[in-house]
Write a protein that binds this ligand. Structure first.
Ligand code: SF4
Length: 80
């Protein structure tokens, strides 16, 4: 599988988020260089655009990603 299209600018992929080095390497191998469509950051990037992403979202935080997407959907519908 090819590398994630957001790799060059992704804060997590470029070491911009605090993370255990070994765990970060596992995530980068699993998500960034592999199954990136399942990455929580990718889900938000691909649906809302990179500028809407909260910076501390980690690739395995799927519940948080769903909350971000649900919140954006409610705001789009006019609910705050
Ligand atoms: S897979 Fe996720 S963490 Fe990796 S570069 Fe893409 S968006 Fe960033």
């Amino acid at each position: 599988m090819k590398r994630c299209e957001f790799f060059a600018t992704c804060r997590f992929a470029n070491g911009g988020l605090p993370c255990d080095a070994a765990l970060g390497a596992v995530y980068r191998k699993h998500y960034c260089e592999g199954d990136y469509p399942q990455c929580a950051r990718y889900l938000v990037y691909s649906q809302l655009g990179r500028e809407t992403l909260i910076p501390e979202l980690y690739p395995n935080q799927h519940d948080q990603a769903r909350k971000i997407l649900a919140s954006a959907s409610r705001e789009e519908a006019g609910f705050r």
